[in-house]
Design a protein around this ligand. Sequence first.
Ligand SMILES: CC(C)(COP(=O)(O)OP(=O)(O)OC[C@H]1O[C@@H](n2cnc3c(N)ncnc32)[C@H](O)[C@@H]1OP(=O)(O)O)[C@@H](O)C(=O)NCCC(=O)NCCSC(=O)CCO
Length: 257
Amino acid sequence: METVETKIENGIGWIILNRPDKLNAINLKMLEELEEVTKNFEENNDVKIIIFTGNGKAFSAGADISQFKELNSISAWNFAKKGRRVMDYIESVSKPTIAMINGYALGGGLELALACDFRIAAEEASLGLPEINLGIYPGFGGTQRLVRAIGKAKAMELMMTGDRISAKEAERIGLVNKVVSLSSLKEETIKFAGKLMEKSPIALAILKHIILYGNDSPLLDGLNMESLGWGVAFSTEDEKEGVSAFLEKRKAVFKGK
Ligand SMILES: CC(C)(COP(=O)(O)OP(=O)(O)OC[C@H]1O[C@@H](n2cnc3c(N)ncnc32)[C@H](O)[C@@H]1OP(=O)(O)O)[C@@H](O)C(=O)NCCC(=O)NCCSC(=O)CCO
């Protein structure tokens, strides 16, 4: 891989954006590689949780602006569609995903973090959607995901002013789940991933699907998805184990079956 590094450690699949001299700006190659490595991790049984992060002082400063000079309306549209599809794919992955935000998460970088299920940020991180300062606006799904994440008023403010906010402010408005010191970021993120790893991966996958797609559907459809998925969970060994463990007063050990 040219633009991303990967490793698997203790059930965690790490996807590390690796263009530190360009603050991990996302070019076409990185979009393609992100899609490929995410797919590999989704299909790899050794990977239970996927964590995205960046090498150097940024998570990612967004789409690679140096490529923009060559774009016209059609190629820009295609680039945005490609970026959007990759973010949609990352969002749809059946395993839990965490953005470990080690520094700048701007533009497409924040949009990548928004496609993840959880965002854990270092105190030093700075977040924002500054595309408006380039005479454009977020094109990798941010206009839709940010509104859903933090509500219309704050989302419009962030997108229309292009202002960057601190990790603490991002936590206050519900954009990130947790803020920790940079020195403890990896440890805290692994600890959080560990909590998820103790759960039934099948229940997590069904739950994630229903939260994501149920909330974008009419209420009745979302509620129907919930009850149907609930029934499906009862066909798993994990459900039998969870209930037995409770009744036998022991800790459940889920096998993902
Ligand atoms: C993130 C900023 C504020 C950091 O500033 P600073 O610390 O001063 O670092 P720089 O010298 O600016 O950057 C170092 C190096 O990285 C290159 N770079 C940074 N961001 C990008 C980018 N998005 N695309 C391409 N290259 C980038 C920068 O040119 C430097 O390279 P040199 O070769 O050393 O010159 C600051 O960098 C900043 O504001 N970046 C842009 C943030 C932004 O506007 N993001 C939105 C992009 S559009 C988008 O994401 C569309 C999808 O919705």
